[in-house]
Design a protein. Structure first.
Length: 357
């Protein structure tokens, strides 16, 4: 069985795709975005997957790839097209090569036109294909920079993508209208640039007269992506918090395990955001915890100590996760949520006080 997830970066309108084998838990990640590495890494860890490869469809001009950062965090290998001119990859991919993950694989198909090194990744059973910026939903990538060629793109789409089974689902690297997926049959029929009876000269004339402005990030993104996203010396990305053993949830919340807090109680202040009756109810509360109900938290942040990090707690972890967002917006940088709340704390038989029985 295939595990499949589609993620979105709103800044660059980029889709990132996670594919994994349910049996072996081996995975590949297509077109990761640098700013979303924490999010994607959290999802991979939550699902218990082992990331084997990050795979870029081309040298992007509108965002920096997360390939290098993901390699640093999870030890994954970097795969890019051999024709891309990129340095620093672990595997330079040629047409026809297969990248395996568990019982599945993706096949590399050369689909230049947007850039010289564009590829499409086709799932082994041809049920899905990831077209990068070559074929978009009811559109196509631009062809006016990075060795782009409208004639080349026309042949790439017609010969490498439209020859897939008509029911094959197509997933692009971008969409700007909220669309998420299409199919070979749909694009052959409805794509206004490349479908129907459109001929090569029609397409070339259309693309030649688009007159689009250059991407805003092109001067930053292209040089970085030619190094697979490796940052310049002296411009390393911020490190993860090191004041405690924390994990990042896919929701974007730093989480702390109850046992770590119990063993390092003096390392942080505990902010209990339940209601007063819960604070002294059957679950009790953690010794030294300060009670600030969630509904009052934003107005009372001035009361909170700043000499140590803050750990928020509630009954099950939901309200306290929201509390971390409020605290971060108020300027508290070292904040974490207690995983599972007081329910988990009591399940692990950790000490409580103030319990009314």
């Amino acid at each position: 069985m295939l595990i499949f997830r589609q993620m979105f970066d709103t800044t660059s309108s980029t889709y990132t795709y996670l594919l994994a084998d349910n049996r072996t838990r081996e995975a590949v990640l297509i077109d990761p975005v640098f700013e979303q590495v924490r999010r994607d890494g959290a999802l991979i860890e939550e699902l218990g997957l082992k990331l084997l490869y990050t795979l870029d469809t081309h040298v992007h001009a509108d965002h920096v790839t997360g390939a290098w950062m993901m390699k640093q965090r999870l030890g994954s290998c970097i795969g890019v097209s051999a024709a891309s001119g990129s340095a620093g990859a672990d595997r330079l991919l040629n047409p026809g090569e297969k990248v395996a993950f568990g019982d599945h694989h993706v096949e590399v198909r050369a689909t230049p036109g947007h850039t010289h090194g564009c590829v499409t990744y086709v799932l082994g059973d041809k049920s899905r294909a990831f077209t990068g910026d070559c074929l978009l939903i009811r559109g196509s990538g631009r062809t006016d920079f990075q060795q782009g060629s409208a004639r080349t793109m026309f042949h790439s789409v017609r010969e490498q993508i439209f020859t897939l089974p008509e029911e094959c689902l197509l997933f692009p690297a971008h969409d700007y209208r909220g669309l998420t997926v299409t199919s070979v049959a749909e694009e052959k029929r409805f794509n206004p640039r490349l479908g129907g009876t459109i001929c090569e000269n029609d397409f070339v004339g259309y693309m030649t007269n688009l007159n689009l402005p250059h991407p805003k990030q092109i001067d930053i993104a292209v040089p970085a992506n030619l190094k697979c996203g490796a940052p310049e010396e002296g411009h390393m990305p911020p490190k993860d918090p090191d004041w405690a053993q924390l994990t990042l949830s896919t929701a974007g919340t730093w989480e702390m395990q109850p046992t770590w807090l119990a063993e390092h109680r003096a390392a942080a202040h505990v902010i209990d955001v339940r209601e007063p009756a819960e604070f002294t109810g059957e679950l009790g509360h953690i010794k030294g915890a300060k009670l600030v109900p969630l509904g009052q938290l934003a107005a009372r942040v001035g009361e909170l100590p700043k000499d140590r990090p803050l750990v928020t707690v509630c009954r099950a972890g939901g309200r306290s996760a929201q509390a971390t967002v409020i605290l971060q917006k108020a300027g508290f940088e070292r904040v974490a949520n207690l995983t599972g709340g007081m329910l988990r704390w009591n399940q692990e038989k950790l000490p409580v006080e103030g319990r009314n029985t």
